[in-house]
Ligand binder design. Structure first.
Ligand SMILES: Nc1ncnc2c1ncn2[C@@H]1O[C@H](COP(=O)(O)OP(=O)(O)OP(=O)(O)O)[C@@H](O)[C@H]1O
Ligand SMILES: [Mg+2]
Length: 320
């Protein structure tokens, strides 16, 4: 193990009958890193994370967390990691403060949970029963419970699922703060924006394998596509006559394939998505559409992102 690596996973396998939930995953995670796993439903994120936490037994492979073997050293590991599970529950009539006291009692060292509640915007819910909390408040409570032993590493499986946009951003700030205090963060998310903004490195999983792993910027720049230009076809103007109804089927994507900087053109009904690079891309596209008499609306240009990386690597959208 290199000095900086605090999680090492080598050739991890976990199959359930015919289902290859984890099919040969290797990862190295450094101290104080915010590391994220993204991937479609069933791609093996939770299985991987739970093998690292010692909650599932891998079929094959080596896992070390701070030098400990999660299977053999489960109790020692529990003291120094924090775990937020994707699916969990508490008794309906347990109060927030009781849950925090209970979880604090599991550990030799715990933090003052009042500050945690404050950070997570839950102070006024301190006396509430668990079943009186909203979905997002429950989620925040589980984040607090995962941090109660001031862990060296915190695992957050679907960190912000169910949170409103404001709570999501507040949670990002919290994650950044805990990293500043020296905690390594290992998270999974379905939100590409979250992975891009929050994570130092991201692993993209598909069918139990890591299909790409790097910093979000490098993943996007390795794609070689810098922009995604999207627009909707209105119709063709033939002289003064606009033929709107047949617009989508009449449109020939090859028209844009020859434009300088264009790498890929996808059409779904009347929506067209062009991937490409170069400063003049948008201008060239608009000129080509106008020259061909194609009327369009709602043209927007965005930076390529992790969704585009996934699409380029697998040929399908991450949410399918
Ligand atoms: N206990 C289990 N028994 C049988 N199959 C399982 C079990 N746990 C997971 N699987 C299967 O393993 C695969 C990976 O599941 P996993 O929960 O790791 O995916 P995930 O990436 O976390 O998905 P999601 O985004 O939906 O949370 C899925 O096909 C799932 O059905
Ligand atoms: Mg999962």
């Amino acid at each position: 193990m290199q000095a900086q690596e605090i999680i090492t996973v080598e050739n991890l396998y976990k199959h359930y009958g015919q289902v290859k939930a984890v099919d040969g995953i290797s990862l190295q995670i450094s101290a104080s890193e915010i590391f994220g796993m993204v991937g479609p439903n069933g791609s093996g994120k939770t299985t991987t994370i739970e093998c690292i936490e010692g909650l599932r037994q891998p079929d094959k492979g080596k896992v070390r967390v701070l030098g400990l073997d999660p299977e053999k050293d489960f109790y020692a590991l529990r003291e120094i990691i924090g775990v937020q599970l994707q699916a969990c529950n508490l008794p309906a009539r347990m109060r927030v403060e009781e849950a925090l006291d209970l979880f604090a009692s599991f550990y030799q060292h715990s933090v003052d949970w009042r500050a945690l509640l404050d950070d997570l915007g839950l102070t006024e819910k301190r006396r509430s029963f668990y079943n009186q909390l909203s979905g997002g408040q429950k989620q925040r409570l589980f984040v607090a419970l995962a941090l109660i032993n001031r862990p060296n590493i915190v695992f957050l499986d679907e960190l912000t699922t169910g949170l409103d946009p404001q709570a999501r951003r507040a949670t990002w700030d919290l994650v950044r703060r805990i990293r500043e205090q020296g905690t390594t963060v290992f998270l999974t998310t379905h939100f590409m924006e979250e992975a891009e903004r929050l994570c130092d490195r991201v692993a993209i999983l598909d069918h139990g394998r890591v299909i790409a792993m790097d910093t979000p910027n490098s993943l996007v720049s390795q794609l070689g596509m810098s922009r995604r230009v999207t627009f909707e076809i209105n119709g063709h103007s033939s002289g003064a006559t606009k033929i709107a109804n047949h617009a989508a089927s009449d449109f020939n994507p090859a028209l844009l394939g020859v434009v300088e900087g264009v790498q890929k053109v996808d059409q779904d009904g009347n929506e067209v998505v062009v991937h490409g690079k170069g400063n003049g891309l948008v201008g060239e596209l608009v000129r080509a559409l106008e020259n061909a008499g194609v009327s369009f609306t709602n043209l927007r240009s965005e930076q390529a992102n992790l969704e585009d990386v996934f699409l380029a690597l697998t040929g399908r959208a991450i949410r399918n």
